[in-house]
Design a protein around this ligand. Structure first.
Ligand code: 13P
Length: 250
């Protein structure tokens, strides 16, 4: 069965609650495309108003992060139960900015992935190499390590439902999109890694996105690649351009 594309916006630390409502209302008619899954991952404080504004549309509201404990003395964190209660289905885990600025590691990513599945949340698990790693030719080795640790103790049934976002760090917010060949090569390697950990059926089912300076002009070619099942979009997800990205196949 063909995998359904999943195109997600990552708003990062942008948009106040009232701006979020405005943006959802602006984008709602532009992102109407039932052939793909559309997700807006928004700051925690925007989740409820964005959810309200998106009602009746094809937009799913997702989170940008969550903590791996159930509840308790973890000031400032958001629990999986809070997300579920707000109606969230998708949560970004281990974005490179969380790894770089908030000390997230492959191990904490793994804990969050397990916790997300426990609560029936679909994790969008991020991986990606630095420019130095690419230049030194260790990209695939590094990504395989990130994937193997992220999926530790995750069952095949859970893994089949996961989303992986391959985001080369050097391509994030730089306007420097990976070439189609570079993106496809790594996404294919990720699928092969999943097949090694689990089996071919799990690898065929899992969805792998590309992220890093995706734009309306680069999306069609990227999303046409055999192993690229959509995108995780930063900057362009805050603009009407996101409509063109979501409708890349029209
Ligand atoms: P940009 O699309 O702004 O490069 O951001 C990519 C990203 O980090 C999405 O998670």
């Amino acid at each position: 069965m063909a995998r359904k594309k999943i195109i997600a916006g990552n708003w990062k630390m942008n948009m106040t609650p009232s701006q979020a409502v405005e943006l959802v209302n602006t984008l709602k008619p532009l992102v109407a495309n039932d052939e793909v899954d559309v997700v807006f991952c928004v700051p925690a404080i925007d989740i409820i108003p964005a959810m309200e504004a998106a009602k009746g549309s094809n937009i799913n509201i997702g989170a940008e992060n969550m903590y791996f404990e159930e509840k308790g003395a973890f000031t400032g964190e958001i629990s999986p139960e809070m997300l579920v209660d707000a109606g969230v289905k998708y949560v970004i885990i281990g974005h490179s900015e969380r790894r770089e600025y908030f000390a997230e590691t492959d191990e904490t990513v793994n804990k969050k992935v397990l916790k997300a599945f426990e609560h029936d949340l679909t994790p969008i698990i991020c991986c990606g190499e630095t420019l130095t790693q690419r230049e030194q030719g260790v990209t695939i080795d590094f990504i395989r390590q990130q994937i193997k640790i992220a999926f530790l103790n995750v069952t095949a049934e859970q893994a089949a439902k996961a989303v992986i976002a391959y985001e080369p760090i050097w391509a994030i917010g730089t306007g420097k999109v990976a070439t189609t060949e570079q993106a496809q090569e790594v996404c294919k390697a990720i699928r092969e890694c999943i097949a090694e950990i689990y089996d071919d059926a799990t690898a065929e089912a899992i969805r792998i996105q590309y992220g890093g300076s995706v734009s309306a002009s680069s999306a069609p070619e990227l999303f046409a690649q055999a192993d690229i099942d959509g995108g995780l979009v930063g900057g362009a997800s805050l603009k009407p351009d996101f409509g063109a990205i979501v409708n890349y196949n029209k």
